[in-house]
Design a protein around this ligand. Structure first.
Ligand code: GLU
Length: 315
């Protein structure tokens, strides 16, 4: 089977150096395996995502020379490629989960707070047993008359095992390490985990390369794939990029977003700096994405988080 990787950005701000690092490695992995790339916009959350970020992401990836054959802006057989337009697929998967009895309605206000946004390290987690899971049918009907529920996955005390290309062997106890999570918000917006699982499966993605903050999401997604009868892809959770004081880079670091960096750097300079930080090059000399793909090897990608040393982006 032909390999297929993906870029799956959330268009909630300008792409920053940390996003770029994950996207670069995802692209190198797919290309060095002779595979295709898909661009999928993860714009589920109507309040936090959309233009102008969607257009900036397309533009920034093109500027960097990270191309894709299929997906947002170019089309393809498994579209549409913006999650906002894929509700019918999520509805169908949700109905199957309901029929299988692995989701339950939840009226906790936390359900709304946790929302459909992508979970990242340090963000609140919905761990533990939700009291709504134990409501009787009558109690559910009473509550449903007052307010529409969110729907959550009921995770069993079962282990999920997988081998991550960067982080090695992984074992997660679903109930203990992941906990019940939102499949569909009370306002009908689907959660990140369901949408990603359905999309990766229906788009034929065989390789998922992304930041290590999403490692335990792989356990949730593998479980969901099992419930829906899909085969999980290969996972590679790459190190995070940290600022010199050890904080994770985020969209708040405006000086490291592509809008700013593009004013002072050429694409090859940014790619060279990242390749050096990741262990793919001995020095931060300018390099093209194609040149990096020629000798890419997972063996050389470091497992430890990358500290953006002062001077890494010097000219
Ligand atoms: N859209 C998610 C994010 O930008 C990434 C999802 C994924 O790669 O599975 O954080």
């Amino acid at each position: 089977m032909a390999e297929k990787g993906r870029f799956a950005p959330s268009p909630s701000g300008r792409m920053h150096l940390g996003n770029l690092f994950s996207f670069l490695v995802a692209w190198l992995d797919a290309r060095s395996a002779g595979g295709r790339m898909v661009l999928r916009m993860e714009d589920l959350d109507p309040d936090r995502t959309g233009e102008p970020w969607t257009s900036h992401i397309v533009e920034d990836l093109r500027w960097l020379g990270l191309d894709w054959e299929e997906g947002y802006g170019v089309g393809g057989p498994d579209g549409p490629y913006a999650q906002r337009e894929r509700t019918a697929f999520y509805d169908a998967a949700f109905q199957r989960l309901q029929a299988a009895g692995v989701v339950y309605p939840c009226w906790c206000s936390r359900a709304q707070r946790l929302a459909a946004s992508a979970p990242h390290l340090g963000e609140e987690r919905d761990l533990g047993h939700c009291p709504c899971r134990d409501l009787s049918q009558v109690e559910r009907e009473d509550r449903a008359m007052v307010r529409a529920p969110a729907w959550k996955a009921a995770l069993p005390h079962e282990r999920v095992r997988f081998r991550d290309l960067v982080q090695g062997e992984q074992v997660f106890d679903l109930a203990r390490d992941c906990g019940d999570f939102v499949i569909r918000r009370a306002d009908g917006v689907y959660g990140y985990q369901l949408a990603v699982t359905v999309d990766d499966a229906l788009m034929g993605i065989t390789r998922v390369v992304r930041g290590r903050d999403l490692l335990d999401s792989a356990a949730r997604q593998i479980w969901l794939m099992g419930q829906l009868g899909y085969r999980p892809p290969v996972y590679a959770h790459v190190p995070l990029l940290l600022s010199p004081d050890g904080r994770r880079l985020s969209k708040r670091e405006r000086d490291l977003d592509l809008g700013v960096l593009r004013q002072s750097h050429r694409p090859e300079e940014l790619l060279g700096a990242l390749a050096w930080l990741a262990g793919l090059r001995k020095e931060p000399a300018p390099v093209t994405a194609e040149a990096l793909a020629r000798d890419f090897s997972w063996n050389r990608v470091t497992q430890a988080d990358l500290i953006l040393q002062a001077g890494a982006l010097a000219k």
